[in-house]
Design a protein around this ligand. Structure first.
Ligand code: HEM
Length: 535
């Protein structure tokens, strides 16, 4: 009833409801509620894409009183988030994640400023610079061999092996401790903290972000139970920051042998400079951020759209065979997608194998030095990124016959505009949340616009289209699935190396094909898509 009244009122009094004609165009909004009622429970990014078709690639909406800008093209995202990055590199307040759950020392949620710069510098030096990437090659090679051995011993557990692989890479580079199995203490601790975060966001997240005064509602008030539960989750999140750090600290203080790793290096340097007291919380924050960084970026958006995290929690709860929010570890998502794609498109697999045999040889394994000489593999990886961005946040294989897919970070992680801006004669209000609709851009199927009609299908069957010399830089999904501007994912080169090496090793060594049923018939995996803003 209330909606009807408000809709009618806004229809009758457009001048009153549309306060500024200079704002970018967008759907009509209601007094106080803004556009929240028009944003569906599922596939929010699709609605944003539909609005994009109608209003253009820059649209203005309101989430209650908060202005939000959705960018539906790479050009607009780069013009604002990259070219004007000093203004666009802040994050929204994310009150629920930071104040209630205690994720405030984590890099992805940090406000743009000196503390964030310090984190970025440490992460960039360890994962983004050429020398550090070369330094990680031995680790990557070693972990790839463990992956290959695991796949040989228990191929039926390939999803578990693909999850362990990136987790172990990051854990070893941070704390010098490889992850032997998904039963590993640190793995489970991170899993439980992230799971608890998703669950808490589901019940208590959204409104607090738009009405921060709600965080001060006393716990004993009726209706405050979910807030009370969320506060309890804080402790398990705190352990994710503290425990691995204290492990390293103890080892170093006792002069035990510690492998070369980021946290030990930062600890030693701060102790030497006498700044450990100031740096300690940041060192812990960088450790937890890098370990769970690409998981966190999913979760971060969920409090803003409470309902969107729900399906992820259901998945975790109802499928004990695959009980991990770390399923969302993007690197393993890309690799799991690769396995499925190769089962579905054997022609592509054969062509990839041929390329490796031709360039690398039958008796050698690819190394990262071969990266530029395997163009077909690179096309497959581009299509994987695009496809993962269109369809999946996470992938859940219930059985080999029944595969469920979800969309990935379809709206990236929101940025926050620090001061008013003008773009194409539009006024962009200070404090706007800025969403890059990565899903929409990827669903346009770059490098072959006539594939738009096929956007609901996997077009990995045609990765060659990325070889086209006319494909411009905006068409390469690697240029936008990692975000934009100064907040662009600092782990992207590390992740890309890991994905490339794992895929080329798998192609070189294994045959991937459909399983057979008892009657000798091929089983084609059924692919289900699941909606959601974030999992
Ligand atoms: C396929 C793998 C990955 C994908 C698709 C991915 C994607 C993203 C995206 C879209 C963002 C938000 C960027 C923005 O705000 O514009 C992000 C941020 C971030 N990612 Fe990744 N990521 C991946 C792997 C990694 C890895 C391996 C690490 C750790 C080494 C990592 C650490 C981070 C951190 C710390 C941030 C926050 C950056 C900041 O706010 O300044 N990511 N990632």
């Amino acid at each position: 009833m209330l909606c009807v009244v408000l809709v009618s009122a806004s229809d009758c009094c457009p001048v009153f409801f549309r306060l500024s004609s200079a704002l970018p165009p967008g759907p009509r909004r209601l007094f106080f509620l803004g556009n929240v009622l028009q944003i569906p429970m599922e596939y929010q990014y699709r609605r944003f894409g539909e609005w994009g078709e109608k209003y253009g690639d820059i649209i203005h909406i309101r989430l209650f009183r908060t202005p939000a800008i959705v960018l539906n093209s790479v050009k607009a995202a780069q013009d604002l988030m990259a070219k004007k990055s000093p203004k666009y590199s802040d994050r929204p307040p994310l009150v629920f994640m930071k104040q209630i759950l205690g994720w405030d020392p984590a890099t992805p949620f940090m406000c743009y400023g000196d503390r964030w710069r310090k984190h970025r510098k440490w992460i960039q030096t360890a994962y983004g610079e050429r020398t550090s990437l070369v330094g990680h090659r031995t680790l990557l090679k070693r972990e790839c061999m463990v992956l290959v051995q695991n796949l040989m011993v228990s191929p039926e557990m390939f999803l578990i092996h693909l999850r362990r692989f990136p987790a172990s890479l990051v854990m070893t580079s941070l704390y010098g401790q490889p992850i032997q199995s998904t039963e590993d203490e640190h793995f489970r601790m991170a899993e439980s903290a992230l799971h608890a975060t998703v669950k808490a966001g589901e019940s208590a997240g959204s409104l607090i972000d738009f009405f921060p005064f709600l965080q001060y509602v006393p716990d004993w008030l009726p209706g405050a139970a979910s807030l009370r539960e969320a506060r309890q989750v804080r402790q398990s999140i705190r352990r994710l920051f503290d425990d691995p750090y204290h492990m390293i600290k103890r080892q170093l203080d006792n002069n035990e042998e510690v492998r070369d790793c980021l946290i030990a290096a930062l600890y030693r340097e701060s102790a030497r400079n006498g700044s450990l007291a100031d740096d300690e919380d940041d060192i812990k924050g960088v450790g937890a951020s890098v370990y769970s960084g690409n998981v966190l970026v999913f979760i971060a958006v969920s409090p803003l759209f409470t309902y969107s995290s729900k399906a992820g929690v259901d998945t975790v709860n109802t499928h004990p065979g695959f009980p991990s929010v770390l399923t969302y570890f993007q690197t393993s998502i890309v690799l799991s997608t690769f396995m499925l794609a190769m089962v579905l498109h054997p022609r592509v697999y054969v062509k990839a194998r041929d390329e490796i045999e031709r360039i690398v040889g039958m008796s050698n394994l690819p190394t990262l030095e071969h990266k530029d000489s395997l163009p077909y593999i690179n096309c497959i990886i581009q299509e994987l990124y695009r496809y993962v961005a269109v369809f999946r946040q996470s992938i859940v294989y219930y059985t080999l016959q029944d595969i469920s897919w979800n969309p990935p970070l379809p709206l990236g992680l929101p940025h926050h505009l620090q001061s008013v801006d003008e773009y194409r004669n539009f006024h962009i209000p200070r404090g706007s949340m800025i969403f890059a609709n990565i899903w929409y851009v990827c669903s346009k199927c770059p490098a072959r616009p006539n594939y738009i009609a096929m956007q609901s299908r996997f077009v990995l069957s045609d990765p060659e289209r990325f070889e086209d010399a006319n494909v411009d830089v905006l068409s390469d999904p690697r240029n936008y699935v990692f975000g934009f501007g100064r907040r662009i994912c600092p782990g992207r080169h590390f992740a890309e190396d890991a994905i490339w090496l794992a895929i080329t090793h798998i192609v070189s060594i294994f045959d991937i094909e459909k399983a057979y049923n008892a009657d000798g018939g091929e089983i084609t995996p059924a692919v289900h898509f699941r909606p959601g803003l974030t999992r």
